[in-house]
Design a protein around this ligand. Sequence first.
Ligand code: AMP
Ligand code: ZN
Ligand code: FE
Ligand code: FE
Length: 290
Amino acid sequence: MRIDLHTHSDRSDGTDGPRELLAHARDAGLDVVAITDHDTTVGWADAIEAARSTGVGLVPGIEVSCALEEHPVHLLAYLPDPAYEPLVAELDRILAGRQARLPATVERLRGLDIDISLADVERAAGPAAATGRPHVADVLVRKGVVGTRDEAFDRYLAAGRPAYVERYAADLLTMLGVVADAGGVSVVAHPWGRRGRSAMDADVFKRLRDHGLCGIEVDHEDHDASARADLHGIATDLDLIATGASDYHGAGKIGFDLGCNTTSPEQFERLLDTARIVAERAGRGAEAAL
Ligand code: AMP
Ligand code: ZN
Ligand code: FE
Ligand code: FE
């Protein structure tokens, strides 16, 4: 069983449509894939339909933009009820913050004498409900200002760079409660990714677990071997589920191919068992298409 629990479609900043994502998952030999677009569930319906026709199992999820004391944290929410009002309200607020950031980002870039318009970015975002810096980066690549998305972040868009604009993110502890009340399973995405390991130590994970966290995404391209070993140890000590995933973004992120990291069948079973327990307690949830 090959199980990849973190992927993006073009409903956020990936480049595959949800159906294409499932076809690519089949071609990559995956048995199960989770669609986890940033802050939106709009890709779920197409992905579920495509799962049935491709024979690849689908776990519907969301990668929610959160913050813990000003530090950005990405929270993977698996199988929450997508119609649960407090969840919808919070996602709407995040999406509105994403939308509001675009004109401000464009203005910053124009102030740097870069010829870019809001219409350019909206065109690049295409069907995305969650617009983001990667769409701005794509315009900069297309115009030849930079060579890659990564270079666009390094020069202009990353925190502290000249075209960086803050946006709203959900309070992490609050969101852990909202996800649980929606019948979903919470897993912290790439905790020791770009910010390094210092921001989230074992004590922080323990605190998060006490607020409803169920798992840690351990096997991720942003984690080196020693980070993975240490995170595995923390997950075991705290009895948290340890997942692995590609964080696939299609052509948008090089080296994050479908199935490049996977979740073991044992840990996946735990995740499904946890989902059943949480959904029963909440009286709501979503179905995996397996
Ligand atoms: P946003 O959603 O606008 O906050 O942008 C975050 C997205 O951009 C995530 O999908 C990241 O994978 C990607 N990203 C964040 N920082 C960088 C970076 N320094 N280089 C390339 N991609 C990045
Ligand atoms: Zn992304
Ligand atoms: Fe992320
Ligand atoms: Fe992601």
